[in-house]
Design a protein around this ligand. Structure first.
Ligand code: GLV
Length: 387
């Protein structure tokens, strides 16, 4: 058993074990990947203020996100195709999150279905919704999430159309993988993954195949998704979905203060400052750089969360000290999952927790509600002067 000390250790094992096509899917940004890179490197520009001779006993990272108790301010982000990184990936990740005491968010584009995850867990999870042209299908998805007792609906706003990720096109990404000579050659080196997949509950998009009109296999699924994401999504539709859902709504993909104000108007319970992990608009600002202006605009009226770029507990600390009320990890848990299944996700959460806890202590803070901007040293020109 290798000694895992950081998220990068899990990433190295994940790279060895997961099929190339799915590693590349997770590890890509769109086009030049500038935003993908800056999501991470912009965290590095912020420094933490070391404080000493402060009583460090009785520390806790526990807090709340949308009024729900969390062991630390981190939710598992919705990640498409998670069940291709590792057999039954969504079930395993949801179980690890439940054991740790943090929310799991199931993607519409998951392999395990809403019902699979509900059956395998004992506490409510969150469901992420993509809006599709087929409104009956969307209504059925919402009803299924209600029936599964999901405790929040996360509506993704930044993927009405798909940003181009070059590697996915070159690899011919599909679920399950299409068996081209190149794919077969790569899969032959991934025996652990293959054995797991033989016993997997599902190998197709579980929320869609058999639920959406006319979708029975992966071949026509590809065409269906390209056609079905709703390019006409607007604030009016979001308000109607919120009404149909009737529970807590989190709006994901806000990167601009004006959009944050619109989210407030439709009554979002929380917003997620996000650029989709750098997978959509390449050239967009990093999430951590967008956070201050969004907090200034709406931070006292709605819970502001952050995703995109979190790879360590120190990153979580920086986002929280900046004023976020919660963070999300996507790639950081996928690395763990692809490396070691459920245990790997638990390890990822433990690594992040330890980093967060110890770094808070070294900043002289014992609780999440003691974090504020005085913990940080932020370069004067951090947010940049943009015209
Ligand atoms: C879907 O959410 C993706 O980024 O591929």
């Amino acid at each position: 058993m290798p000694v895992i000390t950081c998220i990068d250790d899990l990433k190295r094992i994940y790279k060895r074990r997961a099929p190339r096509m799915f590693y590349d899917y997770a590890e890509s940004g769109s086009w030049t990947e500038q935003t993908f890179r800056e999501n991470v490197s912009d965290f590095d520009q912020i420094r933490l203020r070391q404080r000493v001779a402060v009583d460090m006993s009785g520390r806790s990272t526990a807090t709340q996100m949308i009024g729900q108790n969390v062991a630390m301010p981190v939710a598992l982000a919705p990640v498409g195709l998670t069940g291709m990184q590792c057999a039954d990936g969504e079930i395993k990740a949801a179980r690890a999150a439940e054991k740790f005491g943090v929310p799991f968010t199931l993607s519409t584009m998951s392999i395990n279905s809403i019902e699979d995850v509900a059956e395998a867990t004992t506490k409510p999870f969150w469901f992420q919704l993509y809006t599709m042209k087929d409104t009956d299908f969307v209504s059925r998805l919402i009803q299924r999430a209600k029936d599964a007792k999901c405790s929040a609906l996360v509506i993704t706003l930044d993927l009405q159309i798909l940003g181009q990720r070059h590697k996915d096109l070159k690899n011919g990404l599909s679920a399950p993988p299409k068996l081209t000579p190149a794919t077969v050659a790569n899969l032959m080196t991934k025996w652990r993954w293959g054995i797991g997949m033989l016993g997997a509950k599902r190998r197709h998009f579980g929320n869609i195949v058999g639920h959406a009109e006319g979708v029975t296999d992966a071949a026509n699924l590809g065409a269906w998704t390209a056609e079905q994401f709703d390019p006409t999504l607007d604030w009016g539709k979001i308000a109607r979905i919120k009404e149909e859902w009737g529970g807590p709504v989190i709006l994901k993909g806000i990167l601009d203060a004006e959009d944050a104000k619109m989210a407030l108007q439709v009554g979002a319970d929380a917003i997620i400052v996000s650029n989709h992990g750098g997978r959509q608009l390449d050239g967009a600002i990093s999430s951590i750089k967008a956070l201050p202006s969004i907090l200034d605009a709406v931070g006292d009226q709605v819970e502001v969360h952050l995703d995109s770029g979190i790879r360590s507990g120190q990153d979580i600390l920086k986002a929280m000290a900046m004023g976020a009320k919660g963070t999300y990890i996507g790639r950081a848990f996928v690395y763990g999952l692809g490396a070691m299944g459920e245990q790997g996700v638990s390890t990822a959460l433990e690594v992040l927790h330890k980093e967060l806890d110890l770094s808070m202590a070294l900043c002289g803070r014992r609780r999440i509600d003691e974090l504020d901007r005085s913990v940080l040293m932020v370069p004067e020109d951090f947010a940049g002067r943009w015209q």
